[in-house]
Design a protein around this ligand. Structure first.
Ligand code: NAP
Length: 265
């Protein structure tokens, strides 16, 4: 079924100014969805909006909003107005690498605001309308690190586990209202994420198009999905060893691999 018929005409994508969010914007515009694009870098959003309007003749609203701000939802409502958002893509997020004790605690707190608090507030706001209309879709961006507690990116790994947990519980609560909920869990993907997080996308990064395709194939069919065959295999390891072992293993892999890249000192 066409997306607009299944969910409604408007999709709101957070973190649409680059990477996976930009990939979702391109994919959904190509499927005739109108878009509300959210991120801080207005120029980037404007450029993407112009490109997609020209190519697909869809309506686009750009919403330069900082999701780490306490009252961001009030700013966002001014851009959304009375548009009926049928798809919510909770994609915006960032990470960091290194020892937690040496990190900037305000940065860690901001990460929780953007990666966890913003999706919670956005979902709570838009789900009311979806429930009334008895249709909708919500995607949370988890990660492979949501499945395996990963030291040296501690807060980030915890925020991604939060996203996966929110997804699974909400999937159950919302299925009676015909609302599809999905956690998309990529691993190393070729975006700006790694550079900002001072980390690496690993030996075989996936493309944004592959990741978005995985999500679109799984939405409405699965509760959550891990992008990429090898990532799926890796996600099984925590199921067959003790929790302590997986933490030690994940920690030493990160230490060895990333220290050799001089990322974690
Ligand atoms: N790339 C990977 O390897 C990977 C792997 C697993 C999961 N993920 C997840 O995928 C999602 C997208 O990441 P990406 O890889 O596409 O990284 P990216 O290219 O760095 O994109 C991150 C997006 O989040 C937005 N954002 C960050 N802070 C924001 C804030 N305070 N307010 C509003 N928007 C904000 C950024 O926009 P502005 O800077 O313009 O605000 C940008 O559009 C994240 O949730 C990440 O955890 C990525």
């Amino acid at each position: 079924m066409r997306l607009e018929k299944k969910y409604g005409r408007w999709a709101l994508i957070t973190g649409a100014s680059s990477g996976i969010g930009e990939g979702f914007a391109k994919r959904l515009a190509s499927e005739n969805m109108n878009l509300i694009l959210v991120a801080r870098r207005e120029e980037r959003l404007k450029k993407l909006s112009d490109e997609l309007k020209e190519k697909y003749n869809v309506s686009i609203v750009i919403a330069p909003v900082d999701l780490s701000k306490e009252n961001f939802i009030e700013d966002l409502k001014e851009f959304v107005e009375d548009r009926e958002v049928g798809m919510l893509i909770n994609n915006a997020g960032f990470g960091s690498a290194g020892e937690f004790a040496k990190s900037d605690v305000e940065q860690q707190a901001n990460m929780i605001r953007v990666n966890c608090i913003a999706p919670t507030i956005l979902t709570h706001y838009f789900v009311q309308q979806m429930k009334e209309r008895k249709k909708g879709a919500i995607i949370f961006l988890g990660s492979l690190v949501a499945y395996q507690p990963t030291p040296l990116t501690t807060t980030y790994s915890a925020t991604k586990a939060f996203n996966l947990f929110m997804d699974e519980r909400l999937w159950y609560e919302l299925r009676d209202y015909n609302i599809d909920v999905l956690a998309l869990n990529p691993s190393g993907t070729d975006t700006e994420f790694q550079q900002k997080a001072n980390t690496s996308s690993g030996p075989a990064p996936r493309t944004v198009e592959e990741v978005v395709n995985t999500a679109m194939k799984s939405l409405g069919r699965k509760i959550s999905v891990i992008d990429g065959f090898y990532n799926k295999l890796l996600s099984f390891v925590p199921r067959i060893v003790t929790r302590k072992s997986i933490v030690k293993l994940a920690g030493s892999v990160r230490k060895k691999y990333y220290t050799s890249l001089s990322i974690i000192k």
